[in-house]
Design a protein around this ligand. Structure first.
Ligand SMILES: [Zn+2]
Length: 174
């Protein structure tokens, strides 16, 4: 990796290039056969288009995350484990895989970093989680929204409906 001739500014690594070349034959083209979130990284299983050798790459994105301002005004660092706990709790006993929960956490983290602000309220993070859950599972979404927006009766109402197996009937009425 030769240093770029056009490098300017104080950053010693302005453009770090990740080579995805096949470790066996050096071919540049590879197809992605599987891709999943693994901690904060994306793990990709690749297959060389020339010799069909399979190898794995890890891509980590450096995100700059804002400070979270809580309801009472206290500040704390953005914590993806807290996001995960909230999402996992809403998805309890729902057909949502651990992999999906992980990708939701990544999605929230990305959306928050994309806001490019120094501070974000915990309420805004909650709204991001609500809209992400809505895409994945209706029940998990209502559960999270009801706990988050403090409409606890709504969550209990949904749980009762679930217990009665009446959700299907309710969905048909829409
Ligand atoms: Zn190859």
């Amino acid at each position: 990796m030769a240093p770029s001739a056009s490098a300017s500014g104080g950053d010693p690594f302005p453009h770090q290039v990740i080579f995805m070349r096949c470790p066996r034959c050096n071919e540049e083209r590879s197809s992605v056969i599987d891709s999943r979130a693994d901690g904060g990284a994306i793990r990709r299983r690749r297959e060389c288009q020339s010799c069909e050798y399979r190898f794995t790459t890890y891509e980590r994105v450096e995100l700059s995350l804002p400070v979270v301002v809580k309801k009472d005004g206290r500040r704390e660092a953005f914590d993806r484990n807290k996001v995960r706990t909230g999402i996992a709790r809403a998805c309890e006993k729902r057909p949502v895989s651990a992999q999906t929960v992980d990708s939701l956490v990544d999605q929230i983290e990305y959306r928050v970093s994309e806001m490019c602000v120094r501070e974000v309220s915990s309420r805004e993070i909650g709204e991001h989680i609500i809209s992400a859950l809505r895409e994945v599972d209706e029940i998990a979404y209502v559960r999270f929204a009801s706990v988050y927006r403090e409409f606890s009766e709504v969550g209990q109402f949904v749980d009762t409906l679930l217990a009665l197996g009446a959700m299907g009937a309710l969905q048909k009425q829409k």
